[in-house]
Design a protein around this ligand. Structure first.
Ligand code: PMP
Length: 368
């Protein structure tokens, strides 16, 4: 049975992309070589890097004053690279604490200098995005997380500040229109809307790099990636190639405006059912509900294993909530078809019918 993959990452990729990638593993462009076997310094691969960078620039309208870099080590490595490059004793970095991954970023940054958590939603289990208006404008940078993959919240309005804004966009990059100029550095692990795991994207304003005035180990120094066009050492060749295929797919879909339209539709369908269905409730505050990761639970937690196996019997996979949150998380990344969301909604309705709305209402005294 074809599975409907709601996994949070690595996650669903378009079938046409995995097919082309599979073909390239066998024989890339009729070269008689696998994509896994070619030199990263070959002109063919240099063309792939260039094409991938150009697609990113085109899709996100990246200005010329920014560099597009390919790194490894996941977004988690960016948690330490950002402060390693931009923070030092005597300077302070401001962080927004909006969930599990921002906490990790905060912990790493505090190894390099002073860190101030300027706003947090920890008081309500990270179910919302706190507002923040900077009054001091004296930090080395402000770090935020645009989409909280585990908690299911998304930042639709940026904090107001005059200091450089650095954003972890791992789980919503390429899903909606952004203005790159609002940020000084964007980073993202590729394994959601960009491509397979193994690649990390960094988009950085060149002026920010010019401010760095210290020696940094080469593999952690953004300037080295810029100066060597991300070919200082061996980059993740296959991940970059597959990301290129995926970005070509995105362009064919009509680019980010078209995919954002689809993503809004998919998220609205699922949240509508969560709000309507007497068995379920959403975890995030409505204004901050993520379009990528929809988190929800059942009023009767005891029913959750039954719903999970009911859904899995219909081919739905990847909806178990993160272990610290529980419940469910349905990730609706770009490549997930709307028909998969329609099926999940149908399955929720069938489960509700099977359990019996009357019984549930009586038990919890709820109105629907
Ligand atoms: N930040 C966010 C928002 C994430 O969702 C993740 C993981 N998916 C990470 C950071 C960590 O990324 P990685 O596993 O690539 O290190």
């Amino acid at each position: 049975m074809k599975k409907h993959n709601f996994g949070a990452g690595p996650c669903i990729l378009p079938a046409s992309v995995t097919e082309r990638a599979a073909q390239a593993v066998l024989d890339w462009n009729g070269m008689g070589l696998s994509i896994l076997e070619i030199s990263h310094r070959s002109p063919e691969f240099e063309a792939v890097i260039l094409k991938t960078q150009l697609l990113i620039r085109e899709l996100l309208h990246v200005p010329d004053s920014y560099s597009v870099l390919f790194l490894q080590g996941g977004a988690s490595t960016q948690f330490n690279m950002v402060p390693m490059n931009f923070l030092k004793p005597g300077l302070r970095a401001d962080y927004l604490d909006t969930g599990y991954f921002s906490q990790k970023a905060i912990r790493e940054a505090s190894l390099f200098g002073k860190v101030r958590v300027v706003a947090s939603s920890a008081d309500k289990d990270y179910s919302y995005i706190p507002d923040y208006i900077d009054e001091k404008h004296d930090a080395a940078y402000l770090h935020c997380t645009s989409n909280n993959t585990i908690e299911g919240t998304e930042m639709f309005h940026l904090p107001e500040t005059k200091v450089p804004v650095i954003c972890d966009m791992s789980s919503d990059i390429f899903s909606r229109i952004i203005n790159v100029r609002d940020f000084d550095l964007i980073y993202a692990g590729a394994q959601k809307n960009m491509g397979p795991a193994g690649l990390t994207l960094v988009i950085v304003k060149n002026a920010l790099l010019e401010r760095i005035d210290k020696a940094i180990p080469a593999m952690s120094d953004y300037r080295v990636y810029k100066d060597h066009n991300s070919l200082y050492n061996t980059p993740p060749v296959f991940s970059i190639y597959t990301a290129m295929l995926n970005l070509l797919w995105l362009k064919d879909q009509g680019g980010i405006p078209a995919i954002e339209h689809q993503n809004k539709k998919k998220a609205a369908m699922l949240y509508q059912e969560i709000d309507r269905n007497a068995l379920f409730y959403g975890l995030a505050t409505p204004a901050h509900r993520s379009r990528m990761n929809v988190t929800f639970k059942m009023h009767d937690e005891g029913l959750e294993p039954a719903f999970l196996s009911f859904a899995s019997s219909r081919g739905i996979v990847g909806i178990k909530g993160y272990r610290t949150v529980g419940g469910f998380r349905a990730s609706l990344y770009n490549a997930l078809p709307i028909s998969s969301v329609a099926l999940l909604v149908e399955v929720m309705q069938e489960f509700e019918a099977e359990i019996g709305v009357g019984k549930i209402q009586a038990e919890y005294n709820m109105a629907i």
